[in-house]
Design a protein around this ligand. Structure first.
Ligand code: C2O
Ligand code: CU
Length: 680
């Protein structure tokens, strides 16, 4: 929806200042006085052309985009003012000059695309004399943890508040849960009912809100439905979270809560409607994991700011799911140029020479990060967001997309007086078309004191609950792009964009089901399933990696990938969502619904079941001709009173939109997929 490319600068100087190239004497410089970098067709995978651009000091640097996708040319380094040395967004077909390049001192400057961070280039400025120089990332403000709420009945006003996000200049006005960004961290013991009343004090123009408790198991009415059970302006709504599963306390978890409003999820999260939620039990303590002051939740999220430190707002007043133009899918990407941790840009945290439990959560709308520590220190991953792993996994880097979490131990025991940065590095082992990650120095740990440490990092942690996984796949969900450039594009699940009244699958309450998730598109998605916590049965026909052997609710699916997941549907009937957690994709169609029903019962009122092209049909019929929707979408999407697109069922029933294609059939026969294990 919005590609927010501000002129402001960067969380990126993990690389030392890069103008280290020996300077040529001015008279012998042969660099041209103007140069152009281009983005060829398929630039997301081909990269810039050329990858190294020579330019005489003071010369003109231009960018031209031959691709059908939007790209940026953004310097890795920032200047001493904290702003990116240069950054422009170039629409398909567009040529732009990059005026800041003319002011640079001689040297070597790396640049990348904020939307496709694996695109990389280098600008070499030749000549002599001074100019604007890169500055190393500094960490100028202390990390501040959000306030903690522990009560069983909580009241959280949703209101505007000024938040000190950047180290200098004015505070940033945000939309907040309770006056802070992130909102208060709710910490509650498993099994203890928790009622949270949210009161919508935001300006009327923001519209109704809805709060989703991501990763938790609760009634459909308390799930943050996009068009139902809303919190209208001035109203309050109480969400009831029993924190139980199947009559027992649920497992401890590191979850979060955030807005989930139809068409507005990216905007509402961007402006600040995000907070963390920890469900606790005695298990971590028993295992000897670090707790108390040594347990630090870190919400990582990026934003862009105006010159007065306000959030860049490039969200349309009347958002549409189907779009034309430079920001239509697959170019929809809300990216920021400042990476925040717990709402602060480039913070530092004074720590003891002790083990710490860090809870990493990515709430960026679009961007993935491959987290690493600057001195090569490992993370000991003990959990996902959804509780502990069966065994500790030693990891040098951890890739997290939007909504993904990692629960890690970092041992600072030998690091007294050291400064260690949490970084994002270029994604390790990135498959050809998989999403890339930015290079950035995100926060700094300053080991300032000693402390005696009685914590442990056990190798055995907690097995996931046992379920009996059926051999037959009950539902298949495939994710792709639909439409065309003339009439508009949108993201699809099983060939269809989201319709809040449509249910694609009925699941009998009490069933344990095996589902298949498949990415048929050419870009990575992060697929989130509401309500249950899932066992990852296989990834591309193989046993999932050790860090995916706990429970999960959000999976990375690189192009062509297939992940099989299984869960038991307990306690609650009703309608729940499955969607991509890249918020632009979610708002632009990549969402669908399933209903948990009592055997013999129908759907709740107001929903219809699309049997013709459902996830269940797709699972049952492995071969179908692919039919992509290419009809005139204007006739399908009729505006409604709420400004929300609504869909005519008739239009779709004449356009069968099965997800399956022959290509997948071939792929299945090529890859021997072993039957999933029965007991896990
Ligand atoms: Cu965290 Cu449906 O989302
Ligand atoms: Cu997506």
């Amino acid at each position: 929806m919005t590609t927010s490319v501000g002129g402001l600068g960067a969380a990126s100087a993990s690389l030392p200042a890069t103008n280290v190239r020996p300077q040529a004497a001015a008279v012998t410089s042969t660099a041209p006085s103007s140069a152009t970098v281009t983005m060829p067709q398929g630039a997301a995978f081909q990269g810039y052309q050329p990858t190294t651009v020579d330019l005489a000091k003071g010369g003109t640097f231009s960018a031209h985009n031959f691709d059908s996708t939007r790209h940026t040319v953004t310097s890795v380094d920032s200047g001493s003012d904290g702003q990116k040395l240069f950054s422009v967004a170039v629409n398909p077909g567009q040529t732009l000059t990059i005026p800041q390049a003319s002011t640079l001192a001689p040297g070597t400057y790396n640049f990348y695309c904020q939307i496709h961070p694996s695109m990389k280039g280098t600008l070499v400025i030749d000549g002599s004399g001074g100019g604007v120089q890169p500055a190393p990332q500094s960490f100028d403000q202390r990390l501040v943890l959000p306030p903690v709420l522990t009560g069983s009945k909580l009241r959280i006003p949703i209101k505007r508040a000024n938040v000190q996000v950047l180290p200098t200049g004015p505070a940033t006005q945000m939309w907040t849960y309770g006056g802070t960004y992130p909102g208060p961290t709710i910490v509650r013991p498993a099994g203890h009912d928790t009622k949270v009343t949210f009161v919508n004090h935001l300006p009327k123009s923001v519209g109704a809100l809805t709060v989703h408790f991501h990763g938790d198991h609760h009634k459909a009415a308390n799930d943050g439905q996009p068009t139902r059970h809303l919190i209208r302006s001035g109203d309050a709504r109480t969400y009831d979270y029993p924190l139980t599963d199947n009559g027992r306390p649920e497992r401890a978890a590191f979850d979060f809560y955030h807005d989930h409003r139809m068409d507005e999820t990216a905007r509402n999260n961007w402006f600040g409607l995000q907070g963390m939620f920890l469900v606790t039990d005695g298990k971590s303590k028993k295992l000897g994991l670090p707790g108390g002051q040594y347990d630090v939740p870190l919400m990582v999220s990026e934003r862009s700011f105006t010159s007065t430190n306000q959030l860049v707002n490039s969200f349309p007043a009347h958002p549409k799911m189907v779009l034309t133009g430079p920001q239509a899918p697959p170019n929809d990407a809300t990216v920021g140029d400042h990476i925040l941790v717990d709402g602060k840009f480039a913070p530092y945290l004074n720590v003891a020479a002790h083990r710490y439990r860090l809870r990493l959560l990515n709430t960026s709308p679009f961007t993935s990060y491959d987290f690493a520590l600057s001195d090569g220190r490992p993370f000991f991953q003990v959990g996902t967001g959804n509780g502990l792993l069966p065994r500790t996994v030693v990891r040098q880097d951890i890739l997290l997309g939007p909504a993904q979490r990692a629960d890690v131990i970092v041992d600072f025991g030998d690091a007294l007086h050291k400064r260690i940065q949490l970084e994002s590095i270029p994604r390790v082992n990135r498959p050809a078309k998989g999403i890339g990650t930015p290079t950035a120095s995100i926060m700094q740990f300053r080991v300032t004191r000693t402390a005696s440490d009685s914590t442990r990092i056990p190798s055995t942690l907690q097995a996931p609950p046992k379920i009996t996984v059926p051999t037959k796949t009950k539902a298949a969900w495939s994710f792709d792009l639909g439409g065309n450039a003339q009439t508009g594009t949108y993201w699809t699940v099983n060939g269809k964009p989201f319709d809040p009244n449509r249910v694609d699958l009925k699941v009998p309450l009490g069933a344990t089901q095996l589902w298949k998730l498949h990415n048929a598109s050419t870009m990575t998605h992060y697929i989130h399933i509401h309500e249950e916590q899932w066992h990852t049965i296989s990834r591309d026909g193989k046993k999932p990696p050790p860090w995916e052997r706990g429970l999960e609710d959000t999976w990375r699916l690189d192009p062509g990938e297939t992940v099989k997941v299984a869960a038991k549907f307990t306690d609650y009937t009703g309608v729940f969502m499955i969607h991509c957690h890249m918020l632009d994709h979610e708002d632009h169609g990549l969402m669908a619904q399933f209903a948990v029903v009592k055997p013999g019962h129908g759907l709740p009122k107001g929903y219809y079941y699309d049997k013709s092209a459902s996830a269940a049909t797709a699972a049952a019929v492995p071969r179908q001709a692919a039919v992509r929707l290419a009809s005139d979408l204007d006739s399908i999407f009729a505006p409604t009173s709420g400004g929300m697109p609504s869909m005519s069922l008739a239009a779709f029933s004449t356009q069968p939109a099965f997800w399956c294609d022959l290509g997948r059939g071939r792929q299945a026969s090529r890859t021997a997929i072993r039957p999933p294990k029965q007991e896990i």
